[in-house]
Ligand binder design. Sequence first.
Ligand code: CIR
Length: 273
Amino acid sequence: MVGTTLGARSFTFSHAITRKPGQSITDGLRAVDTGAPSLELMESHHKDYVAALKSAGAQVVELPALEQFPDGLFVEDAALCLREGAVIMRPGAPSRLGESAAIAPTLLQFYEEVAMIEGLGQGSGYIEGGDILVTEREILVGLSKRTDTMGVKQLRDIVSRWGYTVREVVTPRGVLHFKTDCSLLDEETILSTRKLSNSGCFDGYEIIHVAEGEEAAANTIRFNDLVIMPSGFPKTAEILDKAGYHVREIGNSECAKLDGGMSCLSLRFSRFV
Ligand code: CIR
């Protein structure tokens, strides 16, 4: 397999935080209404997702549902967890702003340093975790409807203290988050849609493209040795398998109705105690 170096900080993790879906998921944000998600089926997929993380070696902190935040299960958008510290995001979706405060107590259990993105007036200073791709050499942040330049600037100011370089890129029009269309597979390799990689933002990396017609397979997670991807994309699963990755497929039909996928459902990080 390509890139199995133990200790790669961009995909070697000890912990994950997840949040259970609640009854209010039917009010979750979505670009296009393709029908109400089933809580029962979503819960079942969520259990499989948590089990996959555990099988990859994660200690999983499973937070209870937050009914006042229908999108609260997409914990990735509320924070960025790095080895040196955590950064609490400031979601660009008004209904999700309060998720930041809700995740803070959990982060404080693990981190001495927890920084915050601040609002800067005139509706600026927004950033969501779904727009942030951490690779071994840099942090890419895609501007989107949820993430603006002032949000990226603040993130850069915070994480540059910890030695990280932030590169501002652009999320394609009509795509919710930067990582809706890409994922890290290893130190050098990105899984991407052609639409995103055509922008040139991954020049210098190895790129594996999702199969044509399987664009929704681009949002996966690499957690230690495992690549967790949504089920229903057999050609992309085969491409990854042939490239030597250990793939686990998880049902995502219900989260997909809310534009959510594998990365959104967890915060992944390392704490060595
Ligand atoms: C939203 O629109 O905010 C949610 N329904 C989906 C969030 C997905 N999060 C992610 O891609 N990181």
